[in-house]
Design a protein around this ligand. Sequence first.
Ligand code: GLN
Length: 493
Amino acid sequence: MMSQKEMKKYHEKTIAELSTMLQAGEVTSVELTQYFLNRIKAHDGRLNSFITVTEELALAAAKDADAAIKNGTAGPLTGVPIAHKDIFCTQGVRTSCGSKMLDNFISPYDATVVTKMKQAGVVMLGKTNMDEFAMGSSNETSFYGAVKNPWNTDTVPGGSSGGSAAAVAARLAPAATGTDTGGSIRQPASMCGITGIKPTYGRVSRYGMIAFASSLDQAGPMGQSAHDCALLLNAMAGFDEKDSTCLDMEVPDYTAELDKPLKGLRIGLPKEYFGEGLNVDVEKVIRAALDEYKKLGAELVDIELPNSGLSVPVYYVVAPAECSANLSRFDGVRYGYRCENPVDLMDLYTRSRGEGFGAEVKRRIMVGTYALSSGYYDAYYLKSQQLRHKISDDFKNAFEKVDVIMGPTAPDTAFNIGEKSDDPISMYLSDIYTIAVNLAGLPGMSVPAGFVNGKPVGLQIAGNYFKESQLLNVAHQYQLHTDWHRAIPEAFV
Ligand code: GLN
């Protein structure tokens, strides 16, 4: 028999478990919401994972959820509290995107992801910290300061969804939303020891999700387990006429295939993901995870992704080019930061942008503007689009031989805060295994697979287009046999 005190440890529960407790009346959404708000108050001073906490709104939404549970209109996520990355527009609530540029921006509307979550009865606890405009791999570019990794507060949580990852890892929220343009769900999930999935491009609406690189950006859930990610993706995915790149395809029940046995599953191991640059101890953790899959009946197949070496350089042309166009809307005129006492319109533009954007964002805008300028367009942007096709073709060929592709999510564990701040190239390389998946528009996951010196290591699982159910199944079966995903950092138990 559990003591009363132990039973109150709601933060040890997954969403699937909390949902059962809510439906059974063992806890109310108001109690649960208050519990997590209290945890944020008690612990976030050490992490800085939230930019805004929406206490009043959360408690009001929780009350509504409790009423829905009482009158029998509740769904599986009704009353479950989560956090949203501050890249998603939230009506009436500051939506900063981690930037001084939007520090004063109260969104007049909700992103589709936020609307869908509300419709599912989810309670928003607040908005999580992130790299400025989602540009970064460490959460250090945020206007609101660096986020600390709950496993070791000297280290970064990864980025750009570092606030979401840290909040979930420290169990200040049972789950959170994230976005992934080049790895920003998977890399922080890996560094914080949580589970995250970036769906196929077009699976989740980008409406109201502040654009970074429109042909790469995709939203997804970050949670404790694959089962939780499946429940959240059920609510997030689906067609939206407000996003022209959102696909009009039926949304399956992502929990339906979780229990499928893995016997006969063909796992591709790209030789490029196990070569130079990979920390040997991280490799050992990944090899041990692969052994586990062998025990579950999977077959390991060596494959090649010969163009994967091009993915970081291609990405750092495509993403800055698209961001330079997307961020041109922040001009100090209609919304966002405006400089003081502009002398004329040009002064207003240049000083508002000069003062409102941080260094990394400016670097990207300059690179992107250069790559798109006349005379250079063919040499850089067009060329990178051609190479992007080659990268996609590598995956196409691979998926003729294998069902999923596995490897490390990142070449190393979390690095120290400040360690790579002056070396953008070395920072960019922390996404070396994740970026190709975005360039090809494929779905990818990161699953906790162990630790090196007390720091989490994530296993990346990539799949073919719209195979989210299969990825979640493959991750769930592993999680039934391991408990890395249930580990909570010592300082936050
Ligand atoms: N770290 C990569 C970048 O800085 C990816 C970011 C992301 O996925 N949003 O662009």
